[in-house]
Structures are given as structure tokens and as C-alpha cells.
Design a protein around this ligand. Structure first.
Ligand code: PEP
Length: 259
């Protein structure tokens, strides 16, 4: 048994801005049997664009799959045209939300302070936050990976502590590995995960051992098993390979095999 049972493996699909009603239905029809009851030993979630969340909540209502959003507002309510609050996600039965994905940080200017507010609001509204951190290629080449991801994590822990991540999860997603086909080696990812757990331990020694730290960045069936064999890799956040139900399920089976 590789996984510490206090850290049930967690595999999350991030469909990004790829979905439509018909394709979503086909994905759910294909995956439903394997996501029902105790068919899988890992936790599984699918994160879709806001407008499709009710379809997924309904479609997965009799399965073990959790449903997640890919973002939420950094304000609780009010005059913020176009925004969707964490309370609204909770209201429609959405279980979790990805916060601080690198595409939000780089394309939409999300700062550490904004990310921390989103984590806080998700947690306070009973929505599991999945906090993403990760370094750019330049930062990696400058040897600053640990410094960068530790700073991103500390910015959130200084505001909200470890509790929201015990409810949700932390995801290490090197920016240069997202959607590029270039994954971190299992050993490189493990060393960053171990460093992140040490940072968590500075805030909550016991809690740090129970926070699930997922790896994200070009995870596919071919590299998942090696990643999941690492001591501090507790699952994956999967973008491109999650668009096909069978590929995503194959990754879930790798997580199961590592239990
Ligand atoms: C992601 O979007 O979080 C991600 C890891 O994408 P990909 O698997 O396509 O690299």
C-alpha cells in the first residue's frame, strides 16, 4: 500500500473551456458505471464551465463523482457583473472549485491576495477549494521553483490557514507542464510536493500529513502510475486527458492501483 489512508487519492478532471451539452452527456454516460458506488477507491471530480454545472450535478447525482467549478468570485455578493460567487456554487449543489489555476493567474491577473480570498470564500460556503500553485519555466530555470510555490502557498495559509486545504486539496501544477505534453519527472514532482508539505507543516504539523497534494501538468494514462507511486503525490488534476472519459478513467485506475 503506497497511499497513506488519511490521504485518499483524488483525481480531478478540468475540462477548461471545452464542453457542450451533448458531449457532456456522452462523457457522463460513458463514465457513469465506473463512477458509481464503490467502483473506484479514489475520489473523483469533474470541473466544468459554470453553465454546465447543473447538468453535471444532475447527471452525477447517483454516482460518487463530485462536481466542481473552475473559478469563483473573490467577493461574497453584490455589484460584480458577470461574476459567480462561492455561495451560488454551494446553492446549486456544486462540491468544489479550482482556485488560482495558472491560466487564471496569468491570463486574468489573479494575484495571491485574490486567490486567498477565493479560497476563504469557498471554504466558508462549504465548497472544497482546490488551490493551484506552480512555477513558470523561467522561474524553474533560475532555480526558484520551491521559493515561488512556497510563496504562493504561504500567501493563502497566512490568510486562511490549513483547514480549507484539508477540506479540499492543494495542486502543484508547473506552468510549463500544463497543456504542453511535457510533464515533470515523478522525482522532480515528488521533491516539490515534499517541500510543499513542509510548508504546510510550518502552519499545522499534523494537518500537513493529511492534506492531499495533487500533481497537474500533462498527466496521462502513460505517466500516471509513476507519478502516483511517489510518497507525496496524492492524485492528479487532469486537463487535456480528461476530455475523453476512457483516458480519464484509466488515470483513475492508476490511482486506485496505488492504494
Ligand atoms: C490543468 O489544466 O490543470 C492541466 C493540468 O492541464 P493538462 O493536463 O492539459 O496539462
Amino acid at each position: 500500500m503506497r497511499f497513506d489512508m488519511t490521504r485518499k487519492p483524488f483525481v480531478i478532471a478540468n475540462w477548461k473551456m471545452n464542453a457542450n451539452t451533448q458531449a457532456n452527456q456522452a462523457w457522463m454516460d460513458e463514465a457513469r458505471v465506473q463512477l458509481t458506488g464503490s467502483a473506484l477507491a479514489c475520489d473523483v471530480a469533474v470541473c466544468a464551465p459554470f453553465v454546465y454545472l447543473p447538468q453535471l450535478c444532475e447527471g452525477f447525482s447517483h454516482s460518487a463523482a463530485l462536481v466542481g467549478a473552475q473559478n469563483c468570485a473573490s467577493y461574497s455578493h453584490g455589484a460584480y457583473t458577470g461574476e459567480v460567487s462561492a455561495a451560488m456554487l454551494a446553492d446549486i449543489g456544486c462540491d468544489m472549485v479550482i482556485v488560482g489555476h495558472s491560466e487564471r493567474r496569468t491570463l486574468f491577473g489573479e494575484t495571491d491576495a485574490i486567490v486567498a480570498e477565493k479560497v476563504r470564500l469557498a471554504y466558508e460556503n462549504g465548497v472544497m477549494p482546490i488551490l493551484c500553485v506552480g512555477e513558470t519555466l523561467q522561474e524553474r530555470e533560475e532555480g526558484r521553483t520551491i521559493e515561488v510555490v512556497a510563496a504562493q502557498l504561504k500567501a493563502v495559509l497566512d490568510t486562511v490557514g490549513v483547514a480549507p486545504l484539508l477540506r479540499g486539496a492543494l495542486a502543484y501544477e508547473p506552468v510549463w507542464a500544463i497543456g504542453t505534453g511535457k510533464s515533470a519527472t515523478a522525482e522532480d514532482a515528488q521533491s516539490v510536493h515534499a517541500a510543499l508539505r513542509q510548508v504546510l507543516a510550518q502552519y499545522d504539523e499534523e494537518g500537513a500529513q493529511a492534506v492531499r497534494i495533487l500533481y497537474g501538468g500533462s498527466v496521462k494514462p502513460a505517466n500516471a502510475a509513476e507519478l502516483f507511486a511517489q510518497q507525496d503525490i496524492d492524485g492528479a488534476l487532469v486537463g487535456g486527458a480528461s476530455l475523453k472519459a476512457q483516458e480519464f478513467l484509466a488515470i483513475c485506475h492508476c490511482a486506485d492501483a496505488a492504494v
